[in-house]
Design a protein around this ligand. Structure first.
Ligand code: SF4
Ligand code: SF4
Length: 171
């Protein structure tokens, strides 16, 4: 199990091509989804997200209307003011929490989420290996990017490759 974020970044970048081949491998081969979910659960149980918090530093957090409602209530702010002070709109992802390139999400303090109990659904479900409604095949599109910064994704993909008999060398 690799959890060092510098190594994860280096290996995740090195394996981008391999992880894309693995996505295609899963598309064209039979696998037991229950078994892959079990491996993802095992990996997740071994990683302490409170020690890592890397997704809060490097990724954007998308917001649904109910996230806005809950966070505005938590902060005791009118919705319009919450939207102005804490959110921004992006072309690709729509409404997201504001973030800073150096320190990450507007609600991150050190490694701690200051709105943890009320964090957006996209944060609760992250890295979307076990949670979320999309099929595994659909989720695979994002995993080669997330394997560059998330230890859970990187290590789970490695375990899945062994489980499904994927050969990294094969084109
Ligand atoms: S809301 Fe909390 S969990 Fe979500 S990105 Fe910000 S700091 Fe991380
Ligand atoms: S989900 Fe991944 S990137 Fe985010 S804190 Fe957990 S291990 Fe780190």
């Amino acid at each position: 199990m690799i959890t060092d974020l510098i190594q994860i970044r280096r290996l995740g970048e090195q394996k981008r091509g391999e992880n894309e081949r693995f996505r295609r491998h899963l598309k064209t081969h039979d696998f037991v989804e229950r078994r892959l979910r079990h491996l993802a659960e095992e990996t997740e149980a071994q990683v302490d997200c409170t020690e890592c918090a890397n997704c809060c530093k490097v990724a954007t957090a998308r917001l649904l209307a109910r996230d806005v409602d809950r966070l505005a209530k938590l902060l005791r702010l009118p919705e319009a003011r919450f939207l102005k002070e804490y959110t921004t709109k992006t072309e690709d992802e729509g409404l997201v929490l504001k973030r800073d390139e150096a320190t990450g999400c507007v609600f991150l303090s050190g490694n701690e989420c200051t709105v943890y109990e009320t964090r957006p659904a996209s944060c609760r479900d992250f890295p979307h290996m076990l949670r979320g409604s999309a099929s595994l095949q659909a989720k695979m599109w994002d995993f080669k990017d997330r394997a560059v910064y998330c230890p859970i994704v990187y290590n789970t993909l490695e375990a899945w490759k062994v489980e499904t008999g994927f050969s990294p060398a094969a084109k």
